[in-house]
Design a protein. Structure first.
Lengths: 376, 336
């Protein structure tokens, strides 16, 4: 008798389980529907090597991704903290296979070789946009490399720094002594010397792109040496800017605007404006034009911009800086021109030689100019 | 060995993770479905998982093998980096030599250098009484510094402007994919070395002696076992496995040695070895789990916009539950 009483219950239980299973299926459905919808849209994958909210390089790209996300007909899938290993290869492939991505923005320099090269060969119909500018003839034509001449903004930061500094000792916390970084340090020094020929820039290399503890140590050590304006070229300037503010000195930002981290001491900063190349490349892809393999720009082209001046920058300084910026916008300004000596006394650019921004010689810069205190 | 603790651990992890995801305002069921789908839900997902698991199997042995000798080594990252660097030098020095010979020598170089690096910790422990856990960790930092010094200095390929690297090993010597799959041969190496390590530790006199030395060094000494040499050998073999992982990363993934070699595989290996209770075969399953979590974390980010940290939370929950349930297993509790 208990049997007969229990059997309907058992059936009910089975029904319930079935119902739960169906509910789970329904739960998964919107996701499947999302995939189908994605196929009609133009799907763009964006890959970052660090956190999207790092107050630095990755955030500068995330801002551009957020911008194109709002454009009609564009779907964006993102993945952060993807190391430059087989992981990024698999992420690119997953974006293509699982999300239907038709275009991939691989934003870290180290993603290019071998990963982007390999995937571009394997998926000739997908476009790969790589930030860093490494494409050369003979490489797959579905790759485009883009980059910005941010040394222009560094030069302007140098002007604001030297004009505001009292000790005329400026500090630079840098990751690695590679051409891109050296170019920024040198531009910062040249900007500083343009307003004060006695200004110096002390540089400390931390050895890697994201070492917050070492960056704080370097910042403190520079401040202890009498430096009163700090800037940096590491993946996230957060630590350096915050340390400068806490110790009561000035700072110049990098990658994105860090004014909120240093409301008193933030002078100005060199910022990327990646939405310009992103929009160009996405528009191009949507309208079916061939991939732009090599895309560069500076202030004039809107690939980089300067942060708004902080309260510590005097009106006179703003005027000097703005005058130089106006010349840069007219393409009438050359940062690297001879005679220029490095800090060991060797002539690196002969008298009468002016290297325009596009000059490939600048891409292999391997010296610190006279006035920079530090060693490669 | 009962599978019950494993099943229970997986179930509890799923529940905890679902609660965590829901508490953060994300759809919990979607997240769980995506974890399964991203890790093991398709051929692509499986290959994704296996590719990520391959190096971790080898770095886990760097913990598992010395653990048999009673040593807790956590510096596999340094052995991986230096082993990889040594391997990257072989094709540069022997350009033009037959492919298999060069690849074999690369593996040997990686193994010997990685093994030597970890053996250093074993030697410090045996001769000087230095705690091997601390020394191996510190040596990993020293290894990374030496690596960077050499790669950014005398071993740097002048053509590698913005990303300091050694000279490319050349397309000829690159280790390719397993036919019919999108996973490189490193996976097969990893599996074979794990099986070899298991056989060595469970079915040879040497393995038995290492186990005795690890279980009770004084007793081992009393019966005349060369405890110091056994410790050193266990460290050497473990470090060798990590060095081999470095070689495979160079030969199958990077194509040269650069700072990206140090991607944390050495540290992931610690987790895997502990979850596998230092069993060389269990290490394979553990590596598969870590690889799977990596693969599914990618999907979670792309489809639910979960931050990458969610993957770490999942990984943490899984390993804590694995260890907790293992101790509930009576057999496991006795072995502790």
């Amino acid at each position: 008798m208990t049997d007969s009483k229990h059997s309907p219950d058992r059936r009910k239980v089975i029904q319930l389980i079935g119902g739960a299973g169906a509910a789970a299926m329904v739960q998964m459905l919107p996701f499947g529907a999302g995939l189908a919808r994605a196929a009609e849209k133009f799907t763009v994958g964006v890959i970052y090597v660090g956190s999207r909210d790092d107050f630095g390089y990755n955030q500068s790209h995330a801002q551009a991704a957020a911008y194109i996300k709002k454009l009609p007909g564009i779907e964006v899938v993102e993945e952060e903290r993807v190391p430059e290993t087989i992981d990024v290869e698999k992420t690119m492939e997953a974006m293509i296979n699982e999300d239907g991505a038709q275009m991939i923005f691989a934003t870290s320099f180290g993603y290019f070789n071998p990963y982007v090269l390999k995937m571009a060969k394997k998926y000739p119909n997908v476009r790969f946009a790589h930030c860093g500018g490494l494409w050369s003839k003979g490489m797959p034509t579905n790759i485009g490399s883009f980059f910005g001449y941010i040394d222009e903004c560094e030069y302007l930061s140098g002007i604001a720094a030297a004009a505001t500094s009292k000790s005329k000792k400026l500090g630079f916390v840098a990751a690695k002594p590679i051409p891109q970084v050296l170019r920024n340090i040198n531009a910062f020094l040249l900007g500083a010397r343009s307003v004060d020929p006695k200004a110096t820039v002390s540089v400390i290399f931390t050895g890697d792109w994201s070492l917050p503890v070492k960056e704080a140590e370097a910042a403190n050590s520079l401040i202890d040496q009498g430096v009163d304006v700090l800037t940096c070229h590491v993946d996230s300037p957060k630590v350096v800017i915050e340390t400068a503010e806490r110790r009561g000195i000035y700072s110049c930002g990098f990658h994105v605007n860090q004014a909120v981290l240093a409301p008193k001491g933030y002078l100005t900063g060199a910022e990327w404006e990646w939405k310009t190349p992103y929009v160009i490349l996405v528009d191009n892809a949507e309208s079916g034009k061939p991939m732009i393999n090599f895309l560069r720009g500076g202030l004039r082209e809107g690939f980089v911009k300067t942060s708004a001046f902080g309260p510590a920058v005097s009106p006179a300084t703003r005027k000097i800086s703005m005058a130089v910026k106006a010349k840069m916008l007219q393409d009438e300004f050359v940062i690297f021109k001879g005679p220029l000596r490095d800090n060991t006394g060797k002539t690196v650019i002969a008298s009468g030689v002016a290297l325009s921004q596009q000059n490939p010689v600048l891409e292999s810069m391997n010296y610190l100019v006279d006035g920079v205190i530090g060693q490669i | 060995m009962s599978l019950l603790p494993l099943v229970a651990a997986l179930f509890v992890t799923a529940v905890l993770f679902a609660l965590f995801v829901a508490s953060q305002g994300y759809p919990a069921f979607d997240a769980l479905a995506l974890v399964g789908k991203g890790a093991f839900g398709s051929t692509f997902a499986w290959q994704n998982t296996l590719s990520r698991a391959a190096p971790i199997m080898l770095t886990a042995l760097c913990v598992a093998l010395p653990a048999r000798a009673g040593l807790l080594i956590i510096g596999g990252e340094g052995a991986l980096a230096l082993g990889g660097l040594a391997a990257a030098m072989v094709p540069v020095a022997l350009a033009g030599w037959p492919v298999l010979l060069v690849q074999g020598l690369m593996a040997l170089a990686g193994f010997v250098v990685g093994g030597g690096w970890i053996a250093l910790s074993g030697w410090l422990r045996y001769k000087r009484g230095v705690n091997e856990t601390i020394s191996s960790l510190l040596l990993a930092y020293i290894g990374a510094a030496v690596f960077n010094f050499l790669v950014e200095g005398i071993l740097r390929d002048p053509a590698s402007l913005n990303k300091p690297s050694t000279a490319p090993i050349g397309d000829r010597y690159v280790i390719g994919a397993i036919p019919g799959m999108d996973v490189h041969w490193g996976l097969v190496w990893g599996v074979l070395v794990c099986i070899g390590a298991w056989w060595l530790m469970r079915h040879t006199v040497f393995g038995f002696a290492v186990g005795v030395a690890g279980g009770n060094p004084r007793a081992a000494q009393m019966v005349g076992l060369p405890v110091g040499r056994l410790m050193l050998m266990a460290c050497f073999l473990g470090g060798g496995a990590a060095g081999l992982a470095g070689m495979l990363e160079v030969a199958a993934v990077h194509g040269d040695a650069n700072a990206d070699l140090m991607a944390g595989y050495g540290y992931a290996g610690i987790l895997v070895s502990f979850a596998a209770r230092h069993h060389p075969l269990g290490v394979m399953a553990g590596a598969l789990l870590v690889g799977g979590i990596g693969a599914s974390g990618s999907l979670l980010q792309r489809h639910l916009d979960l931050p990458d940290a969610a993957t770490l939370v999942l990984q943490g929950m899984l390993f804590v539950s694995l260890l907790a349930f293992e101790t509930l297993n009576r057999k496991g509790a006795q072995r502790v």
